[in-house]
Design a protein around this ligand. Sequence first.
Ligand SMILES: *Cc1c(COP(=O)(O)O)cnc(C)c1O
Length: 349
Amino acid sequence: MTYTYERVTTPSTGLRLHLNENTAGPSPKVVAALQTLGREQLAFYPAYGDAVAACATRLDVDPGELLLTNGLDEGILAAAVAAARDRTIADPEALVVVPAFDMYAACADASGLRVIEIPSDPDFAFPRRRVLDALSGRTRVVFLTTPGNPAGGCIARDDILAVAKAAPHALVFVDEAYADFTGSTLLDEPAARALPNVVIGRTFAKAYGLAALRVGAIVGAPDTLAPLGRVIPPYSLNVCAAVALRAALEDTAYHAWYVEQVRESRALLQAALERLGVRCWPSEANFVLADFGSDARRVVDGLAALGIHVRDRSRDPACPGCVRITAGVVEHTRACIGGLEEVLCGAGS
Ligand SMILES: *Cc1c(COP(=O)(O)O)cnc(C)c1O
């Protein structure tokens, strides 16, 4: 079996609620900063030590504990490649709790790791017992996501620590792509930071709206990060990404505004789904997973006809009938709710 990232093709117009992007875009200060770039800056290889320093300050870590990456995707790839390098293990494995973000299995598989998929417990709860049981000497990397994608629930800290302690020989990659929307992060958990095999992944694609510029980060002990750093090319962040990151980090008011929009949108969307009799799961991220049952295709296509793009996740493990909807700017969420009412109840009825 080959694992690949499923690329979605989307019309260039309409409301994009299918990839968990920031529906407002980045801070206007990011755009202004990009416009200051001159010809020389574009011609020179980027030195982005200042962006590393600014990011370390924001995440409250030492610059030596931080690697900036070309999107968190590159951090995931670096973790997989580094994990696969150990030639002392005959059949090295990557553990992925499914359903999950496609890139873990895609990168692990591409790096030559055997992908071990562990089904979630009912309602996408973290399958602690089964993850612990699946750990072995062959386990090289464990990918955990909190809040999870596609359901949006968090993994208890205690569960993450238990896995990391039970697999000191494996890298435990905690993907916190959506941590901005929870207000909680393993970065301020001393017990996790003390475990040398734990690395934490962050992205500036979601809350900061820099998906097109590709900026991610991984945090961990310098010795743990070193093998991952070797995988990452020296100019992985281009000059636009580095300049944008600094401007985005400076505009804390904009970030706070967007996180608040997402929280309000999430609550609106969940209330609307409940009203419409559609089951959904509690989410701490900028999206909601909803079970439309046999109506899933009709909902996705009906919304697309109205110019609203949502993500059909019905083929994911344990997700039949499920559609994932991004919760972004409140006004966009209201448009989506209007669309859902139209598709499910009939226009104007
Ligand atoms: C979107 C996403 C990423 C990718 O982030 P980029 O910085 O855009 O590469 C990583 N992990 C999860 C769980 C995501 O949903």
